[in-house]
Design a protein around this ligand. Structure first.
Ligand code: PBE
Length: 304
């Protein structure tokens, strides 16, 4: 299993995006005949997606397959950082864009965005983030199991932490450190009655999106406070489910359900234990800047 620094990935993604952006200048919104182009035409029937391995990338493909209005459309995948760079540039120029979006995420605080209505319910109503642990953890590491079971964030707290991270160059170790210092009451509730351990190894798996990097780094600190020696692996969702199912990793606070990671969850169901949600009120979908006049996925036009 590999580990990597998110910041580095962000920089590489942003660099590769600037090549793409330099290579293709936006066309004006007049077609050759002089008639106004439709939004769909201006978008070149393309949705700006994120990582190929993201749960949402699959869900977007499902939407492309099931909406007649999206027939012939494509999803351009790259990375979340590249998507955000594109979004920022496009908004600066007041041009149209449709992005893979999810919340909680700072993009909704930073820019005026709206989710497109999804009458077919492909993206589901609301998502929650759940905690999963490997089979056997309860008997072998009951203290760790109790902590995994107790971790929980209020949506507003999570949103505040993500905004802060954005201002702090996404240094989630520091953001988590500060959150733990400022929220000792919550940490005390989580750790109440849990016996400290003496250097027991614990392997935490996380995906690389902001919410999860925050919760995983907080969990790591809390486990460390109790004497655990924590290894944190940041991996793709498919690898994460596999790692918990094989027992390679002990637990994770990362899966988004029911829509985002439902397929991975189903594939490994029965091979891990689900301890229930650690955050509710999440959402995924397709979003556009509010200056765009469309409101629904069905307002788009299929490619001829
Ligand atoms: N996300 C954010 C992830 C999970 C968290 C929605 C981009 C995904 O699609 O896998």
């Amino acid at each position: 299993m590999f580990e990597f620094k998110w910041k580095k990935v962000g920089v590489i993604a942003a660099l590769s995006l600037s090549f793409v952006a330099a290579g293709c200048s936006q066309e004006g919104n007049e077609s050759e005949g002089g008639a106004s182009k439709s939004v769909s035409e201006e978008l070149e029937y393309t949705i700006t997606g994120i990582e190929p391995g993201a749960g949402q990338t699959e869900t977007n493909e499902k939407a492309l397959a099931e909406y007649e209005s999206l027939a012939g459309w494509e999803q351009e995948t790259s990375s979340s950082a590249a998507m955000l760079t594109s979004l920022e540039k496009t908004i600066d120029n007041e041009e149209p864009i449709i992005v893979a979006a999810w919340s909680p995420h700072y993009k909704f605080a930073k820019w005026d965005l709206k989710y497109l209505e999804d009458p077919k319910g492909i993206f589901g109503e609301a998502e929650y983030i759940t905690t999963i642990v490997r089979h056997g953890l309860k008997d072998e590491m009951p203290e760790a199991y109790t902590l995994f079971d107790r971790f929980h964030w209020e949506l507003a707290d999570m949103e505040a932490a993500l905004l802060k991270a954005q201002e702090m160059d996404f240094d989630f170790e520091v953001v988590a450190q500060e959150w733990v210092e400022e929220n000792q009451e919550i940490v005390a509730e989580w750790t109440e009655g849990v016996e400290p351990v003496d250097g027991t190894s614990l392997h935490l798996a996380s995906t690389a999106w902001d919410t999860e990097l925050f919760s995983a780094n907080v969990a790591k600190l809390v486990f460390e406070q109790l004497g655990y020696n924590v290894k944190l692996s940041v991996v793709d969702p498919s690898v994460l489910f596999e790692a918990i199912s094989t027992g390679d990793a002990d637990g994770s606070l990362s899966p988004w359900m029911p829509a985002t990671h439902g397929a991975f969850y189903g594939e490994y169901e029965g091979q891990f234990e689900d301890l229930g949600e650690n955050l509710s009120g999440a959402k995924i979908g397709l979003a556009v800047p509010t200056y765009m006049e469309i409101d629904s996925i069905e307002d788009l036009e299929p490619k001829e």
